[in-house]
Design a binder for this molecule. Structure first.
Ligand SMILES: Cc1cc2nc3c(=O)[nH]c(=O)nc-3n(C[C@H](O)[C@H](O)[C@H](O)COP(=O)(O)OP(=O)(O)OC[C@H]3O[C@@H](n4cnc5c(N)ncnc54)[C@H](O)[C@@H]3O)c2cc1C
Length: 590
């Protein structure tokens, strides 16, 4: 089967779990429900009908590389062009530059759908959108005039280039050089590795955003600058002209996302590629962070996306596959495997983790919108802190569960899951990269604990935990037996989160290694507690509303399942954070 966009679920999660509707009441959005649903419906149709059918062919065909030219799989060029012409690339880009200026949160929902249909397709535009943000915020006007409209329309694609052989997580170790030229531009020489869509035939120009170092730059991340390096330099009329001194040298052979070309890039074979400074010299990391924060949320959405597709496929297979007997069925008749409690456990885990991660990602996007459009400075600052706090959780929790859910998807298929023709194996292979790129999940956990918990002296995380407590109180106040022990279990999860947070905040400065040792279980604990509360919020909203997409009984059942079966891990995770650090710090692995 191919993916069918779950548009009403997506709209419901956005409006009620991520509180898009509440933000609209606060004046952050002026988008009507009709328009919101219309955009999501159209995106869902494009994702399901045009992109999803290309996912398999992309996996099998890959992107052959010959004489410096990358050929994308059959049908991809047409699909990409149709997608860009329909305006999807510029959905949340500034209207002044040809974008549609729609909320980031709506774009987030669409990014999920593109990536559910095909992760290898979806990752390209994610990088173009990130490049657009960096250029729009930090670029000089002349650069914007030349490049922004075409990047926003999708006529040209963008890349994001940090990684070098000796500089992965440690970006400050990069060595690519930039030298000032007499005309105000720069000459770039060096090598980048693992560059997504570094070369391809989807567009007639590719605009690389490259981090490099000036000869007199200070060491480390304080000496990095960002450069725009086009594949083709522009003619006076703005059309692509002479080839720049930048090329793809080779392509990687990968575990998954085969249709996304991952390139080694070489700059300066003939004396130096022409590059243009974005922002100020030595301030490149600040510009890159603009790209990375958006890209990190988008990669989190890839985790949600692949989890959704894997879940859909497993659900359908489990309903059709018959094995064994179930209570109440005649001895001569085998039952669908959905009758077996262990299969139900797997399917509910898949659905619960997917929807929890979706809620976290969308809430992050709503916080980004609030940080730009809330009514006053105080609210904008609070929202910015909320978005900063949630971004590493959105990225790492969602991509971790993306792999787990895809793995469960293989398991639900039994032996057929291991056989490529079902497609379950492709989801599992594709999902794995999202835990690694855009900052590994280990680096996200470090970011959460060392930089985000201390925000506003701990007040940002404190306010968030208080909000989670309100969700727990609302479940308890509903006093609805259908929630089972959900209120109690979620309450415990949130208090475990509070306990681990207090412990970490006491260690960040005095014993950083102890805090770092617990970072990954803490991030998981955060995701489980937050996701559980948001599923409860969604269920409570469904009970309140007679909305077409509400489906209250199944949402309450899912919230209960999550609280009673997944959020129960919170206690163990919190204990790992507080009591497990010593043995990690002392471990002899050298
Ligand atoms: C398919 C693919 C596409 C990619 N696309 C791009 C792209 O478009 N542009 C780009 O610039 N890069 C890209 N990358 C590179 C990617 O971002 C890096 O691989 C990633 O950041 C990790 O760097 P590394 O591979 O050097 O691993 P390393 O940094 O060597 O990490 C190895 C392990 O050590 C851990 N580790 C390292 N440092 C720390 C630390 N300080 N604290 C805790 N743990 C740590 C990591 O979490 C990881 O588990 C891509 C990679 C792949 C495979």
């Amino acid at each position: 089967m191919t993916y069918q966009a779950p548009v009403s679920d997506i709209a419901f999660a956005l409006k009620h779990a991520a509180r898009f509707s509440a933000a609209r009441e606060d004046g952050v959005y002026d988008l009507t429900d009709d328009l919101l649903h219309a955009v999501l419906e159209e995106a869902g149709k494009f994702a399901s009908n045009v992109i999803a059918p290309l996912n398999r062919v992309g996996d099998q065909h890959g992107t052959p590389f010959k004489d410096g030219v990358v050929t994308t799989p059959p049908g991809w060029k047409e699909a990409y062009r149709g997608w860009a012409e329909a305006g999807w690339n510029g959905l949340s880009s500034p209207a002044d530059w040809g974008g549609q200026g729609l909320p980031h949160a709506v774009n987030a929902a669409c990014i999920e759908m593109w990536n559910s249909a095909s992760m290898a397709f979806g990752i390209g535009p994610v990088l173009t959108m990130a490049a657009v943000n960096a250029l729009a915020l930090h670029g000089a006007d002349e650069l914007k005039q030349k490049y922004l409209p075409k990047l926003i329309s999708g006529e040209w694609m963008g890349t994001m280039q940090l990684t070098e052989p000796q500089a992965g997580s440690d970006v400050g170790a990069l060595r690519t050089k930039a030298e000032r030229a007499a005309d105000g531009s720069y000459r770039i020489t060096g090598q980048k590795i693992f560059i997504t869509y570094g070369e391809h035939d989807l567009t007639d120009n590719i605009i690389h955003f490259v981090l490099a170092r000036l000869p007199d730059a200070p060491p480390g991340t304080r000496g990095i600058s960002l450069f725009l390096v086009p594949k083709f330099l522009l003619n006076a009329d703005g059309s692509p002209g002479e080839r720049n001194d930048a090329r793809a040298h080779s392509l990687e052979h990968k575990l998954g996302i085969h249709a996304s070309p991952t390139c080694t890039m070489v700059y300066g074979d003939q004396g130096g590629a022409v590059g243009y400074l974005v922002g100020e010299e030595n301030r490149g990391m600040a510009c890159m962070f603009t790209m990375m924060n958006e890209a990190r949320l988008a990669v989190g959405l890839q985790g949600v996306a692949i989890a959704e597709t894997a879940t859909q496929q497993a659900m359908q297979y489990a309903r059709e596959r018959r094995q064994g007997r179930a209570a109440g069925t005649p001895a001569t008749q085998s039952a669908p495997i959905t009758a077996h409690p262990d299969v139900r456990r797997m399917l509910m885990t898949m659905r619960g983790l997917t929807r929890a991660a979706r809620a976290i990602c969308y809430a992050t996007a709503v916080a980004i919108d609030r940080s730009r459009a809330a009514a006053n400075e105080k609210a904008r600052t609070a929202a910015h802190e909320r978005a900063s706090l949630l971004t590493p959780v959105a990225k790492a929790f969602s991509t971790d569960i993306g792999s787990e859910v895809a793995s469960l998807g293989v398991q639900v298929h039994g032996g057929m899951g291991f056989i490529e023709e079902t497609g379950a194996a492709q989801h599992y292979r594709d999902a794995r990269i999202a835990q690694i790129y855009e900052g590994t999940n280990g680096i996200q956990a470090v970011d959460l604990v060392m930089r985000k918990l201390p925000l506003a002296g701990g007040a940002a995380v404190g306010a968030y935990i208080d909000d989670l407590r309100k969700s727990v109180a609302a479940v308890n106040a509903a006093n609805d037996p259908a929630f089972g022990a959900a209120g109690a279990r979620l309450g415990e999860a949130v208090e475990h989160l509070a306990r681990a947070t207090t412990w970490l905040l006491s260690k960040v400065e005095r014993e950083p290694d102890a805090a770092l040792a617990g970072a990954t279980p803490y991030l998981r604990l955060f995701g489980v507690a937050a996701g559980g509360c948001m599923l409860a919020d969604e269920a409570l909203a469904a009970l309140r509303l007679a909305d077409g997409g509400a489906d209250a009984p199944s949402r309450v059942a899912l919230a209960r399942f999550f609280a009673e079966n997944i959020a129960t891990a919170a206690g163990g995770l919190a204990t790992s954070v507080t009591d497990g650090a010593a043995s990690i710090v002392a471990a002899d692995v050298a």
